[in-house]
Design a protein around this ligand. Structure first.
Ligand code: UD1
Length: 415
């Protein structure tokens, strides 16, 4: 079993260049299914989720070529074949195949999504949306079967603000007959990225970034070239790692506006931040004040960053409260941090964190962002070697993590 080993204690220093966003890439790749000709994606992150998605498209008959950070997807020979098992089960974001196949072929049979199951993650809002567009949906043998004689635009009110449901409905509605309105839509930057790609393919989508999205269906979509937005979650993780190690790091190739919630919290803690056009410089301090953090939908503090933030909060001189209002129990990493000496109590959807130094231990990442928390924790430990297993989760979402951290002076290696 592969492990990450960290001999922590060194302040991170230097520049890290952030790759394209995972949560965009895993939606943009299936979005290419809706086109009749080649889609080129630039600034593609090098992640196992991306590799699995490209294999999946090949299994549907697309021709996929990858070179450096570019992917070319020719979907002209793609077919909607039933895909109840295999790669679909390895990814959470395989749910986007439902909307994309439905939009292009009027039918989809896709295994229920796998990926990071840190808590039950229902897809009822996706299904409600497909049904509103005229599809019949059933779940048989662990796979979802969706079929529509004709997809027709409709008004859909999402009961919960969901990134996945918002994107899936945009995908399905882009080629439906008539106008679809999504109310209570999610506003994450990745949703804007998907709409930008679809509009470059000839779709007519307006209102993204607000809670009402209007999609006027078109008969066909064509290929285009699109550059993926920077990964704000990776960027936030390096900002946190820089602060936690009392380092000085320029986090480059990012959109600082996407990181406003985290920047604000870091300033409250006592971290110094310099803003540049496409970079943030994070300068750590010896003493940090405790803060309260509430993970919310965008533009609030991202739930995907709450776990590494928890590791940073162990470094303050008081008691902080971290509450996740998006997922109710995304705290599987807490017992692992406690093994490292953290003083954390869980109460409902909150973690109460009393600042205390961490020590080296053998710990296990139980999901992707839990892995990020343990890496940040390991980087702060001043003596001994932290051993992290579950590396396969971390590889799903962090492009060249070991190389990047080593480039900033960390002693980190795989074994
Ligand atoms: C996406 C991100 C994930 C991030 C999350 C919240 C991708 C591939 N993943 O996940 O990294 O943590 O957004 O920012 O982009 N819900 C329902 N019914 C549904 C859908 C969601 O009840 O049909 C609930 C979920 O259980 C959760 C909340 O809504 O409590 C938000 O989930 P959602 O935004 O859908 O998350 P994902 O799209 O799964």
């Amino acid at each position: 079993m592969e492990k990450l080993l960290i001999a922590g204690g060194a302040p991170l220093r230097g520049t890290v260049t952030i790759s394209g966003a995972k949560n965009s890439a895993v939606a943009l790749i299936p979005a290419a299914i809706l086109a009749e000709s080649t889609v080129i994606l630039d600034n593609l992150p090098d992640l196992s989720d991306v590799a699995i998605y490209s294999e999946l498209l090949t299994e549907f008959g697309a021709v996929v070529e990858r070179q450096a950070d570019q992917m070319k997807i020719d979907p002209s020979a793609l077919r909607s074949v039933p895909m109840p098992n295999g790669n679909v089960k390895k990814l959470r974001a395989s749910y986007y195949l439902m909307g994309a196949l439905l939009g292009r072929f009027g039918e989809a049979v896709v295994g229920l999504p796998g990926g990071c199951n840190f808590e039950p993650r229902p897809i009822d809002q996706h299904i409600k949306g497909f049904e509103a567009l005229g599809a019949q949906v059933s779940i048989e043998g662990g796979a979802i079967h969706i079929r529509a004689k004709e997809l027709r635009g409709a008004k859909v009110y999402l009961d919960v603000v969901s990134v996945g449901a918002t994107i899936n409905l945009m995908l399905a509605a882009a080629r439906a007959k008539g106008v679809t309105i999504i109310e209570n839509a999610a506003k994450e930057p990745e949703i804007i990225d998907v709409a930008t790609l679809l509009n470059s393919m000839g779709a007519r989508i307006i209102g993204v970034g607000t809670e009402t999205i209007r999609i006027e269906g078109v008969d066909s979509l064509h290929g285009c070239r699109h550059s993926i937005i920077p990964d704000r979650i990776q960027a936030g993780t390096y900002m946190i790692a820089a602060a936690a190690t009392r380092g000085d790091v320029l986090v480059d190739n990012i959109i600082p506006k996407h990181l406003e919630a985290i920047t604000a919290k870091m300033l409250e803690l006592g971290v110094r931040i310099e803003e540049h056009d496409e970079a943030l410089r994070v300068i750590g301090s010896e003493v940090y004040e405790p803060v309260d953090v509430k993970a919310l939908v965008y533009p609030g503090f991202a739930t995907d960053i709450q776990s590494p933030m928890c590791s940073l909060l162990t470094q303050t001189r008081g008691t902080s409260v971290l509450t996740d209002y998006v997922f109710s129990s995304r705290f599987k990493y807490v017992p692992e941090l406690v093994r490292m000496g953290a003083k954390i109590k869980l109460e409902g959807r909150s973690a109460i964190i009393e600042g205390s130094p961490l020590r080296a231990a053998a710990v296990r990442a139980t999901d992707l962002r839990a892995g990020a928390a343990l890496v940040v924790a390991g980087l702060t430990v001043k003596s001994g070697i932290t051993e992290i297993t579950g590396v396969e989760y971390i590889d799903r979402g962090y492009d060249r993590l070991v190389e990047n951290l080593a480039g900033l002076g960390a002693e980190i290696w795989r074994a």
